[in-house]
Structures are given as structure tokens and as C-alpha cells.
Design a protein around this ligand. Structure first.
Ligand SMILES: Nc1nc2c(ncn2[C@@H]2O[C@H](COP(=O)(O)OP(=O)(O)OP(=O)(O)O)[C@@H](O)[C@H]2O)c(=O)[nH]1
Ligand SMILES: Nc1nc2c(ncn2[C@@H]2O[C@H](COP(=O)(O)OP(=O)(O)OP(=O)(O)O)[C@@H](O)[C@H]2O)c(=O)[nH]1
Ligand SMILES: [Mg+2]
Ligand SMILES: [Mg+2]
Lengths: 286, 279
């Protein structure tokens, strides 16, 4: 289940008999390259590779494991630890879900994917359209949700997102209410202030940070800013149907302490999968 | 004084890390650092000048990749005598193509050029409505067909309209598409075959990491990129993706998107960019 770039690397070890420090260093370099090309944070890559090197040199492989298997096991363990021991996502029976993230990350699309996910499982779901900045934001939500008969509460003429949230909560009585918000980044102070006010008014049970898997080294810093502002409880990684391997997710999890819950794998409303850590790690290792 | 190779490697390792942290793709970093190593390894350099020598070598190798475009936008338009000048905007999902078209339309209008926008994203929910809002605000004509229509047909229509009315430019908005989706890459090829644009601009997100390289390569081999616009440069990024894209395509960055308003479009300054990457 390891991609070919790393399998080739590890073939070097299995052919070597004794553990050779120079060989381990060479293998570590290859692991670093694989992680960096997957957009894992540079400092995190250094931290991970240092740990793997220490363990590879001082640990004895478990009975029956060759050197190669041992290093793979260490690598998997270190990456799994980073993703956190998130127990499986259990379906809420009542929940207010807030969707936040950078511009263009896939919040609106994912909002409707999630709404469909819940309603297919018997949970009545509705959406509040609180993006008051993006032209035709309400139309986009409406067109995406309409085929599934999911109700959208929105006020396209109203520029006050807090009001929309307030009236939306009065109007909607479904088990799940998902709130879509405008894209924003950590340098846009006014927008971050708005997000805090929306959070206060909505009182969500779940706050999902929606991240584009194409993001590079900024993933950690941006996730940290969102977390410090409103507290993130879950991460959703989108556009994994492209070539991006999504290493930024490791930083997002590290900075928010929140698990990855879902991934987006396409533009259609069925293109949402529950997060699978093993498959994700294989993808990162390319 | 012969160069102390160990010291050189140490300093280059630091530069390597800073390039990676600036989102330059790893294979591009390898090439840059590799070129500098082979140039400097056998040189005579005074110990006190090691740092500045390496920095200058690094600056020079960056200058080989990233330059200001040979001609400005408007110069390219002036060179073509027959109207309209057709520009297509392509890229993966959510990078800011539609918003950038609105910014370009405003810029052209401010400089006395007339333009028509082609709503050739006939797929995404709310895409045409998003453009309609912009075109109304800017007082620019929008050519659109019904949802699900053939994107190439909309472009053809827009160009026909521009030709008939003597309009200077046609801006073609296309749907975002993943470089891995062959059907959508083929659809884009068809739009380009029909519209025969004078300029194809790749719109990339400045926050992109290593996948910028693969995206630029695939888009370039599919339709040939003429230039690049890098958006969301206001998000506190070093924007190393610019280097990856320039290296992959040999094309240059025309503009940076620096916000969500119509005026948030800056001409790219290669020198300034290089100094910021060099830190
Ligand atoms: N291929 C692919 N495209 C996606 C995925 N998720 C979202 N998109 C596309 O990405 C683009 C942006 O998605 P939106 O849902 O509008 O993103 P957003 O975060 O709401 O954007 P803003 O509200 O402008 O900040 C659209 O073209 C979507 O169809 C995904 O998992 N795969
Ligand atoms: N901060 C910032 N946001 C930007 C910039 N350019 C675009 N955006 C935002 O990015 C989001 C996506 O912009 P769009 O223009 O819809 O992107 P697109 O490439 O047309 O998206 P698709 O058509 O879905 O592929 C919107 O919220 C824009 O306001 C920029 O330079 N800075
Ligand atoms: Mg949105
Ligand atoms: Mg668009």
C-alpha cells in the first residue's frame, strides 16, 4: 500500500543485512523528499525524520519484521500519531455545524455535500446562507441543494450576516443546521471579527475548517488563526481528486487538535467520503 | 581561498529550507540549489564573502526563471491590429478566475478599452449569476447561454458579437477543472480550438504548494499557457508557486491578485518578488 517512490526507497533497506547508519540516513532523506513533495510542513518533516532515524537506529524490529518493514511501521506510526487517535465519526442526532475556511477552499460545495450526507441517513437538514460578500452566493447554494429538496435560508439583499443567522435559526427547525460563510484569511481582520460574531450568534456544536488539499506551507498558520479565533472541532480536506497529496492536513490537525472528518473528491454532491487515515497516509507517502 | 565545501553546503541547506518554506516545489528547489553548487564548488571565494557570493548566485539563478513579462498586457493588445483581442482564463477550481476577469475588465475599462465577457463556465452552480453581478456593476456586456450549454459555443458567440460591434477585448471565463480530469482537460482544449485566443492566462492560487508544478505542466501541455496571474497574494504568502509555474511553463506572471475588490490587481514585480524570496 506504499506508493512506488517510497517502495523503491525501502527496497534499499530490505536488501541490506545489518542496520547501516549511513543507509538509514539515505532512506531518511528519501522519506523527507516524499513528505515535502506532499506539502507536509518543512519543520514537521524535520521533526518526523529525526524521530524515525532515532527509532530506526535504536529499536529492534518486532519478531518477524525485516528492516524495511520496521522502518515502514515506524513511518506509519509517526504519521498516524500526527493525525490523532480520532475515534470514528459518529452521526450526530442534533447539531449546528459552522463551515469556515479560506477563499475558494470548497465550503459552499461541501456544505451541500454534507447536508445530503446527513439527509440520506435520515437526519432532517437545512442550510443557512450567510456569505454576504460573494456575488450570487445564495444562488450557488440554492442550485446545488434544490435537487435534494434541502431547504436553504438566505436573504440575498441583506449584507448583515449576523442577522441572517439570527432569523435563520428562528425559521429552521431541522435536526441538522449547516451554516455556510464567506471565505476569509488571517490577514483580513474585519472578516475574522465577523466570523467571531457569527460563531457567538450561531453557537455551533461543530466547527469545520474546510481546507483545499492544494495548500502549501501556509496550512498550519492559517489553521492556527482560525482555531485561535473560534476553536475548530473538525477538518474537511477538499479537491483530493487532483494531484495534491494533502500534507497540509497534518499541520491543520497539529494546530487545531481537531481530526479530519471528511474529504472532498469531486464537484458533485456525492463526492464526499468519510476520512480514512490509512488511505490518506498511503497517499501522502506517494 | 578555495571554497570550504562543508560551509557552502551548510549555507545552501539553509537557503534550501527557506525556499521550501516559501512554497517553491521541491524539484524546482533541487534544480536551483544544484545549479548553484556546480557553479560554486570549485571557485575561490573569500570566507568573509561566502554569504554574499551565495546570495548573489541564488539571485542570479532566480532571475533566470522569474522575469517581468517582455510586453505589458496593453502592449500585447496594441500589437494586434485586428479586433477583438481574445483572452481565455483557465485553472483549477476556486483559484479566482471569475473574480480576476472582473478585475481585468475594470482595468481595461479604466484605460479606455471596451470588452465583452464570455460566460463559458456553463457547469458550476451560480457561475453565470456571479458573472452577471460583476458585468452589471462594471457596465460590461456579458454573453451567456443556458445552463449546461457548450462552453465553446458561448465563446464563439462572444467573439462574433465583439467583431460585429468593434469591441476591443473578449474575456473568456472557463470552469475550474482538475488537471487529473481528462474529460474536462479535453473540454478546455475544445474551447481553445474554437475560440483561438490571442492569450491564454493560467490563474493560480498563491497559497498552492507542490501541486502548482503538476497543474502548470498539465495545463501548459494541453493548451499552451501564455502568461500567469497569481491570486490571493494578500494572504501573507511568499508565493513560491510563482517560481514553480514559471519554471514549468517558461511563462511569466503578469499580475498578482491582492484582494477581493476590483482594484485589487497589481502588476507583478519580478525584482521585488525575488528579494522577498531571498529574505
Ligand atoms: N474537483 C473538485 N472540486 C471541488 C471540490 N470541492 C469544491 N470544488 C470546487 O471548487 C470550487 C470552489 O468551491 P466553493 O464551494 O465555491 O468554495 P468556497 O470555499 O465556498 O468559496 P468562497 O465562498 O468563494 O470562499 C468550485 O468550482 C467547486 O466546484 C472537490 O472536492 N473536488
Ligand atoms: N483574498 C483574496 N481573495 C480572492 C482573490 N481572488 C479571488 N478571491 C476569492 O476567491 C474566491 C474564489 O473566486 P472565484 O473567482 O469564484 O474563483 P474561480 O476560479 O472562478 O472558481 P471556480 O469557477 O469555481 O473554479 C472568491 O471568494 C473570491 O472573492 C484575491 O486576490 N485575494
Ligand atoms: Mg462559498
Ligand atoms: Mg469561476
Amino acid at each position: 500500500k506504499l506508493g512506488d517512490s517510497l517502495s523503491g526507497v525501502l527496497r534499499k533497506i530490505s536488501r541490506a543485512g545489518l542496520i547501516d547508519e549511513r543507509l538509514v540516513k539515505e532512506v531518511i532523506k528519501d522519506i523527507q523528499r516524499a513528505l515535502l513533495s506532499a506539502d507536509v510542513n518543512v519543520k514537521l518533516v524535520m521533526k518526523i525524520s529525526k524521530k524515525i532515524q532515532e527509532r530506526a537506529l535504536k529499536e529492534k524490529p518486532k519478531a518477524g519484521l525485516g528492516r524495511k518493514e520496521h522502518i515502514i511501521t515506524i513511518l506509519y506510526e509517526e504519521l498516524s500519531n500526527l493525525l490523532g487517535s480520532s475515534k470514528n465519526y459518529s452521526l450526530p442526532n442534533k447539531s449546528r455545524i459552522l463551515m469556515v475556511g479560506l477563499q475558494g477552499s470548497g465550503k459552499t460545495t461541501t456544505t451541500v455535500k454534507l447536508a445530503r450526507y446527513f439527509s440520506k441517513r435520515g437526519l432532517s437538514t437545512s442550510i443557512i446562507a450567510a456569505d454576504t460578500y460573494r456575488p450570487a452566493a445564495y444562488e450557488q447554494l440554492f442550485q446545488l441543494a434544490e435537487p435534494f429538496k434541502i431547504r436553504i435560508y438566505g436573504e440575498p439583499e441583506n449584507k448583515n450576516a449576523i442577522e441572517i443567522v439570527k432569523y435563520g435559526l428562528q425559521e429552521l427547525n431541522t435536526s441538522i443546521v449547516i451554516l455556510d460563510t464567506a471565505g476569509r484569511h488571517r490577514k483580513e481582520e474585519e472578516l475574522f471579527k465577523e466570523m467571531r460574531e457569527i460563531n457567538k450568534k450561531f453557537k455551533p456544536d461543530e466547527k469545520f475548517l474546510v481546507i483545499d488539499s492544494n495548500i502549501g506551507q501556509q496550512a498550519g498558520a492559517q489553521a492556527k488563526a482560525f482555531h485561535e479565533s473560534i476553536g475548530i472541532t473538525g477538518v474537511i480536506l477538499t479537491k483530493l481528486d487532483g494531484s495534491a497529496r494533502g500534507g497540509g492536513a497534518l499541520s491543520a490537525v497539529a494546530e487545531t487538535g481537531a481530526p479530519v472528518r471528511f474529504i472532498g473528491v469531486g464537484e458533485k454532491m456525492g463526492d464526499l467520503e468519510v476520512f480514512n487515515p490509512e488511505r490518506f497516509i498511503s497517499r501522502i507517502l506517494g | 581561498v578555495i571554497l570550504d565545501e562543508k560551509k557552502l553546503d551548510e549555507i545552501l541547506d539553509d537557503f534550501e529550507i527557506s525556499l521550501l518554506e516559501s512554497d517553491v516545489a521541491i524539484s524546482v528547489v533541487d534544480k536551483i540549489i544544484g545549479d548553484i553548487k556546480s557553479e560554486l564548488y570549485s571557485k575561490k571565494i573569500r570566507k568573509s564573502e561566502l554569504d554574499s557570493t551565495i546570495k548573489n548566485a541564488l539571485r542570479k539563478s532566480l532571475q533566470d526563471v522569474i522575469k517581468n513579462p517582455e510586453k505589458s498586457f496593453e502592449e500585447m493588445m496594441e500589437e494586434k491590429t485586428e479586433k477583438p483581442f481574445v483572452i481565455a482564463f483557465v485553472g483549477i477550481n476556486g483559484t479566482g478566475k471569475t473574480t480576476t476577469i472582473a478585475k481585468i475588465a475594470k482595468r481595461l475599462k479604466d484605460r479606455g478599452y471596451s470588452c465583452v465577457i464570455s460566460a463559458s463556465d456553463t457547469f458550476r452552480a451560480g457561475a453565470v449569476e456571479q458573472l452577471e453581478t460583476h458585468s452589471k456593476k462594471l457596465g460590461v456586456k456579458l454573453i451567456k447561454h443556458s445552463k449546461g450549454a457548450d462552453p465553446a459555443a458561448v465563446a464563439f458567440d462572444a467573439i462574433k458579437h465583439a467583431r460585429a460591434k468593434g469591441i476591443d477585448t473578449v474575456l473568456i471565463d472557463t470552469a475550474g477543472r482538475m488537471e487529473t480530469n481528462t474529460n474536462l482537460m479535453d473540454e478546455m482544449k475544445k474551447i481553445i480550438r474554437v475560440a483561438k485566443p490571442d492569450l491564454i492566462l493560467f490563474v493560480g492560487d498563491a497559497l498552492t504548494g507542490n501541486s502548482a508544478l503538476e497543474q502548470a505542466e498539465k495545463f501548459n501541455s494541453a493548451v499552451g499557457i501564455g502568461g500567469v496571474i497569481l491570486t490571493k497574494a494578500d494572504a501573507d504568502v511568499k508565493g513560491g508557486a510563482a517560481l514553480s509555474i514559471a519554471e514549468a511553463t517558461g511563462r511569466q506572471i503578469f499580475f498578482l491578485g491582492t484582494g477581493q475588490e476590483y482594484d485589487d490587481l497589481e502588476a507583478f514585480d519580478a525584482g521585488k518578488f525575488i528579494e522577498e524570496i531571498l529574505g
